[in-house]
Design a binder for this molecule. Sequence first.
Ligand code: FAD
Length: 516
Amino acid sequence: SASGFGSLVWFRKGLRVHDNPALEYASKGSQFLYPVFVIDPHYMELDPSAFSPGSSRSGVNRIRFLLESLKDLDSSLKKLGSRLLVLKGEPGEVLVRCLQEWKVNMLCFEYDTDPYYQALDVRVKDYASSTGVEVFSPVSHTLFNPADIIEKNGGKPPLSYQSFVKIAGEPSCATSELVMSYSSLPPIGEVGNLGISEVPTLEELGYREDEIAEWTPFRGGESEALQRLTKSISDKAWVANFEKPKGDPSAFLKPATTVLSPYLKFGCLSSRYFYQCLKNIYKDVKKHTSPPVSLLGQLLWREFFYTTAFGTPNFDKMRGNRICKQIPWNEDHAMLAAWRDGKTGYPWIDAIMVQLLKWGWMHHLARHCVACFLTRGDLFIHWEQGRDVFERLLIDSDWAINNGNWMWLSCSSFFYQYNRIYSPISFGKKYDPDGKFIRHFLPVLKDMPKQYIYEPWTAPLSVQTKAKCIVGKDYPKPMVLHDTASKECKRKMGETYALNKKKEGKVDDEDLKNLR
Ligand code: FAD
């Protein structure tokens, strides 16, 4: 059997059958097809400081989402006469062993711009070509190839959304036909003895089912993604009128946006298919919103961050990152921990952080509020530390988008109006005067009368007693006074900006010299 033409399709993101060019290419003309997913310990290291910032261990909700996605993929492949081969270990080593053992002729995997995969893929590709294995690695996670945009822009990524949109133009998927399904796939060849398993359980990966009190309501997988997409866009008027940031960040029973981000993150949903669906709706309606506020415009935000991230060395750090302002953030572990654990004493902020812990998803503006609060708004703590907390707990945690947005919210890059600070009291109140969102995620406050729900420390003791919530005992006092803290933050940002300006001037001169 080893004489037949064999292909290996390596799933990483792109956990789908529809619009999957790597799968399509691998299946064409192959006698045997090996669909592989490698469980990478890099993302699930068990360490004693599992919940400390900086731990690279993925939160339990995201791992569960991943396992659900793998199960769904496996069952779709089974319907086509194939199945998912799950292996465990350092992916580079595992892949090399598979290529050797199965004597495959071709290796196909989706191109990935994240630095982790860039480094890994070079190793795997080098090995493959040195042994005569053909490699096919198409761009299908994004609408555009970030490298093309950077080239069109003279070698540097565009740093504003407007210029990005102008340079990018229409993606090729606007006109191409996507392969959405198959009638069958080539069978799997001899798999030998490589430690192939079924999709593991959480326990097998070192997670405990009871690690959190509430599971995310969002289920992983391509089937779920396509259903969710269909439902999200079934109301054409809603799609046509979509306008961000106008939605309600406190809506949680029916979120104001699509919640397709975790599906796009894992590639359970093709962004190119999503794009085509939106274009088709726009054709059918008289009038629709436009980027940056439209739903299609949201997809372009994703492209924008993928492009800037790909074209910026050290994009995930302040130091050595040429688009990131150098800001003397404070080190304060206790404050960071209070923010992370939803114990700032500001119910709006704390409820959002609890939603992050329990659901792994929050509305975009809710993310704005807590990111601003941690950094330039109130606590003046480093965006990298907030980024770490999000990276671990979000089910849609995405390297390019998360880092880009943290730089944005901390006024480190892209956005510089540091005087515009979200109030942890009045911002949420505008949308949710009764505090339903707070009562849901912080049940300790569920009986607090509405006039105190955003500022429980102002409630008379008799009211606190009646609501069975004594501030300072059952719920924390505010850790900072927003008015003074935010003033101090603005002052520091002003100073830093002035200093950066001087330095940036110098750097520009250097750049000019280099050009000459
Ligand atoms: P919708 O409004 O329905 O948008 C559809 C899709 O467009 C999203 O699924 C997403 O893929 C994309 N999109 C929307 N907004 C943005 C944006 N601002 N930047 C880039 N792409 C966008 N999003 C992530 O996917 N992963 C992250 O790790 C992440 N970290 C963030 C960190 C901070 C501090 C902030 C402020 C935002 C972050 N976002 C992140 C962006 C945004 O909040 C989410 O993409 C969005 O809320 C997801 O919900 P949705 O799918 O309902 O969005």
